[in-house]
Design a protein around this ligand. Structure first.
Ligand code: ATP
Length: 314
């Protein structure tokens, strides 16, 4: 009896999993089709960089020019946001919860269009470039890393399946995954398990980063890349981000200032406005809001996280 019964339980489990998967597929199928309107038109040959968007002869990979936006009428979320991300530079977007950081990302990724002002890629307005051309320039890594059952190679080369071996090795090196490749039996061809269960959170994050880099984006968007990581993995990813910024422009949203304190430029958002811009030390001196954010996270000028003073450490 035991064997047939266990087969029946196994079959019931499979059917239940199948039904769950079917429900999820149905949810996706029911999603509304993206509006492609005029923004999806091909690049117009007449498209020219907007005057004033070039700095030192180089056009910024991304610029927001006085962007206003609200999800609903009469409820503005972004109220005149302007900043630029030059090529091969790391720019960080910080600010309190609800300041509008994710909304900026959503506009850059083309999920919404500004009510006024412009998003520009390489000095060209996104509205003229078209959504597809804009998205070809960017890659996004968010806090929910998507590693699926399959080999490390398949997970990294997901978007560029015919990528040459040398390219794969390049992004593995950039994302500092060599140690993982050496550790796993089979290296790049090792199976990483359901949702990357054989990898740590930090390693999964770096696999997602390698995948994004393989597409050679001119702009990489990182959304809260270290929010689920411990201090060691955060430090590893911060080092990787520095290397990545030598390859392409990097825009990082982060709650933890320790992740972005070494960024080339930091933009402070507050209630949908740009409340300050500059390097970490400059903002500590000039921006009360940034000082407050840093103080709440115990970051002091010139040092790392200040030691937490506990009664026993006094
Ligand atoms: P957090 O750090 O908490 O993620 P944030 O700085 O990324 O916050 P956003 O998520 O951009 O802030 O939200 C800015 C404002 O826009 C908030 O008031 C939020 O409630 C509102 N908002 C965000 N997404 C939507 C949406 N899809 N529809 C309506 N309002 C939204």
């Amino acid at each position: 009896l035991v064997l047939p019964l266990s087969s029946v339980f196994h079959a019931v489990g499979l059917v239940q999993r199948g039904m769950g998967a079917h429900r999820r597929v149905e949810q996706v199928m029911r999603l509304p089709v993206e509006h492609t309107g005029p923004a999806a038109t091909p690049v117009r040959p007449a498209a020219r960089p907007r005057p004033g968007t070039e700095r030192d002869g180089e056009r910024p990979a991304l610029a927001l020019d006085d962007v206003h936006f609200g999800y609903e009428p009469h409820r503005p979320v972004l109220r005149g946001v302007s900043f630029a991300v030059p090529p091969r530079r790391q720019v960080a977007l910080v600010g309190p919860s609800g300041a509008g950081k994710s909304t900026v990302f959503a506009l850059v990724a083309g999920f919404y269009e500004p009510d006024s002002g412009a998003v520009l890629f390489d000095g060209l307005p996104a509205a003229e470039l078209g959504r597809d051309a804009c998205r070809r320039r960017i890659a996004v890594v968010d806090q929910n890393t998507h590693v699926v059952h399959g080999t490390l190679r398949e997970n990294i080369a997901y978007a560029v399946p015919d990528a040459p071996e040398a390219e794969l090795r390049r992004v593995v090196g950039l994302a500092r995954l060599e140690e993982v490749v050496d550790r796993l039996p089979g290296g790049l061809d090792a199976v990483v398990g359901e949702r990357g269960s054989t990898l740590s959170g930090g390693e999964r994050q770096r696999v997602a980063l390698a995948r994004a880099l393989l597409a050679r984006p001119s702009l990489l968007l990182l959304d809260e890349p270290t929010s689920h990581l411990d201090a060691i993995n955060e430090a590893a990813l911060t080092t990787v981000m520095k290397d990545v910024a030598r390859e392409c422009a990097l825009l990082v949203v982060a709650h933890r200032l320790s992740t972005v304190r070494h960024a080339d430029h930091i933009v402070v958002l507050h209630r949908g406005r740009t409340a300050g811009q500059g390097r970490h030390e400059e903002l500590l001196a000039a921006s009360p809001l940034y000082r407050e954010l840093a103080a709440s996270q115990m970051l002091r000028p010139g040092g790392d996280r200040a030691a937490r003073r506990t009664p026993s450490s006094r």
